[in-house]
Design a protein around this ligand. Structure first.
Ligand SMILES: [Zn+2]
Ligand SMILES: [Zn+2]
Length: 256
């Protein structure tokens, strides 16, 4: 069994807990240590269960709390070499660093963790598949397009957490400067509701137990639009989904 909880997700901060029986990890540390620990406490996850932090990329909404969280828990940080070069100065001294390479599986929190590359405007952005005894969970938060590699890595899993970042019409009509609109909508920006829905349709299979929709934009999206696309993609299959929010942790989902 794998437990998954979106402690919070959105452009102001991202952190997920993914854990097996014996322990677990945080994926990203985009909240302060105080906020991270308070959210873990609210969900009932003991700090002693957290055995490491895996980092997807260097954007501050994913690493803002990295140094303090790692030091207070005294746990290793799993990170790629290039991403480390971007965050080292900001994070300060880390208790231990375990460098991973995209595509190479490592062990963390009693799980097999496989990082894979995603298209996003960072030096070495990764998503992860976590596996224990035939149970598998993927978390991919920032990805500009649904590449063949994403499709391959996310096929046949027990649970998928994926971003449904923006509604294209809201983004284009919204208040962001043109350059930022183009960056978000580009192939190395963020996934729209529509692209997320199309990807989910492809990934439905009898073993898929649930979906977590993450990194929802507060400015360029809303829960009703996310639901509209997710309902269209998932309702016929009966696969349940949950929308992660910025301000509060989601449920602790048990994936068999
Ligand atoms: Zn982000
Ligand atoms: Zn990002």
């Amino acid at each position: 069994m794998i437990h998954l909880c979106a402690l919070g997700s959105g452009s102001s901060g991202n952190s997920f807990y993914i854990g097996a029986e014996t322990g677990g990890v945080l994926m990203d540390a985009g909240f302060s240590a105080k906020e991270t620990f308070s959210r873990l406490n609210a969900v009932g996850i003991a700090l002693s269960k957290i055995k490491g932090i895996v980092i997807s990329h260097e954007h501050s909404d994913h690493v803002k709390g990295l140094g303090p969280v790692a030091r207070k828990l005294n746990i290793p940080v799993h990170i790629s070499h290039s991403t480390l070069s971007q965050v080292a100065a900001r994070a300060g001294t880390l208790p231990a660093i375990r460098v991973f390479r995209s595509g190479e599986t490592f062990e963390a929190g009693g799980m097999e963790v496989t990082p894979f590359s995603i298209p996003h405007d960072a030096v070495d952005p990764c998503a992860f598949v976590f596996r224990v005894n035939g149970t598998s969970v993927a978390v991919a938060t920032d990805a500009g397009s649904a590449t063949t590699l994403i499709r391959d890595k996310m096929r046949g899993l027990s649970h998928i957490a994926i971003e449904s970042n923006h509604d294209v019409a809201m983004l284009m009509a919204g208040p962001y400067p043109w350059e930022l609109k183009q960056r978000i909508a580009s192939r190395s920006g963020h996934l729209s509701n529509e692209t997320c829905g199309e990807l989910l349709k492809e990934l439905i299979h009898p073993g898929l137990q649930g979906v977590t929709l993450a990194h929802i934009s507060k400015i360029n999206n809303n829960a009703d639009l996310v639901r509209l696309t997710a309902d269209d993609a998932l309702n016929a299959s009966g696969v349940p989904y949950h929308i992660a929010t910025q301000d509060a942790p989601g449920p602790l989902v048990a994936v068999e």
